[in-house]
Design a protein around this ligand. Structure first.
Ligand code: PMP
Length: 372
């Protein structure tokens, strides 16, 4: 008796759930988390805010998360180069839930979404979960979105939803504003009438050398920016993602969101974290320095590295899928867990603390000597 013996939907048969291995090893650099625990004053403030929320847990939380969305709008306005207000912002349990709500609203049975792969594998999985057809679009050999190829894939398939991940996971590659605009315009042209939704997944944008693409939402009601507190805010355990878009998009996702989806505890915790934005962005600066050090040292050791605007680095080049898997195992044998994303010949390492990165660099230095 297994899953496939149950009367599940045909498209789920024989599939496996998303799963980065959660192995208990000394140095875990595999899921692009922030290595720094929240600072103690913030932990104390969370306890205070959550205690306050606990006194009201007999009631449902604020269904519209007004205070939290107002603070998120303030953060975006301050850091994103474009003024947004409460009406432009929506929040959910992790950006995965934001993306799911977008596909429930704009995708679904009989509709399709396109992404340019390799990219964040959950885009395709959420498409599957929402009954949205998935189209795998191309990247060039340097893992950049090839504008001409992407535009023709959009023209050919006329997808309902276009995913652009910038910086991209797992490659770290940022996408130019002009590229996003070209894809946006192609997507609108391919679907005359209401057009198509373009979702720019900026989960890692705080680590980028470039500015956020947030200003692109101006005058483009079909363009959405997706964000998360899992990375830059060091709060992956909180489960808080959000989007910025035209107010009509915010109204639209409310057609599918579950009532009271964002618990009072989550809202209180996220608000406390936002009070400590400056401290948390200080850690982001340290991580950017460490990311750049990883790039430089990996190159000095003799690895190829994909240019990174994120808090992780893609490195290789190993001998195909078997080579990268073997290298993954050998690095793990030295106590360091990195990620094999299934991009043949490449592995991804998350920037950790300086000590964790040293341990990783020692491991790959030994590996290189062994393999040369
Ligand atoms: N988008 C991208 C590109 C990601 O890499 C991730 C997390 N790995 C997410 C979205 C989802 O993050 P969360 O649900 O924790 O906000």
């Amino acid at each position: 008796m297994g899953i496939d013996d149950l009367p599940i939907r045909d498209e789920l048969k024989g599939k496996s759930p998303y799963g980065a291995p959660q192995l208990d090893v000394p140095v875990q650099l595999n899921t692009n988390e922030n290595p720094y625990p929240l600072p103690e004053p913030l932990v104390a403030r969370i306890a205070e805010r959550v205690a306050e929320a606990a006194r009201g847990l007999n009631r449902y939380p604020d269904r519209d998360a007004v205070e939290l969305r107002t603070e998120l709008a303030r953060y975006l306005t301050r850091t994103g180069g474009h003024e947004v207000a409460l009406a432009n912002v929506w929040a959910a349990n992790g950006s995965n839930e934001v993306l799911q709500q977008l596909l429930q609203t704009f995708g679904g049975p009989g509709r399709t979404a396109i992404g340019f792969e390799p990219s964040y594998s959950m885009h395709a999985l959420i498409a599957r979960g929402t009954g949205t057809g998935w189209i795998s679009g191309p990247r060039d050999e340097d893992f950049r979105v090839d504008v001409a190829a992407a535009v023709s894939a959009i023209a050919e398939n006329a997808p309902d939803v276009v995913f652009v991940t910038s910086p991209n996971n797992p490659t770290g590659t940022a996408v130019e504003a002009e590229t996003v605009l070209a894809l946006h315009d192609a997507a609108q042209a391919a679907r005359p009438g209401a057009g198509a939704l373009v979702v720019v997944d900026e989960a890692y944008v705080e680590f980028s050398h470039r500015a956020s693409l947030l200003p692109l939402i101006e005058g483009r009601p079909n363009l959405v920016i997706s964000r998360t507190m899992s990375k830059a805010f060091g709060a992956a355990g909180l489960r808080l993602g959000y989007l910025a878009a035209h107010p009509a998009v915010v109204d639209a996702v409310q057609l599918v969101r579950l009532p009271y989806h964002l618990s009072a505890v989550t809202q209180a915790t996220a608000l406390a974290a936002l009070e400590h934005t400056d401290t948390l962005l200080g850690y982001v600066e340290q991580l950017k320095t460490e990311r750049d050090r990883l790039v430089a040292e990996l190159r000095a050791i003799g690895y190829e590295v994909t240019e990174s605007d994120a808090n992780f680095v893609q490195f290789g080049h190993f001998d195909g899928a078997a080579g990268s898997h073997e290298a993954w195992q050998k690095i793990l044998d030295r106590g360091v867990l990195v990620r094999d994303n299934g991009v043949p010949g490449w592995l991804r390492v998350t920037a950790g603390t300086p000590e964790e990165n040293d341990a990783f660099l020692d491991a790959v230095r030994e590996l290189k000597k062994e393999q040369d």
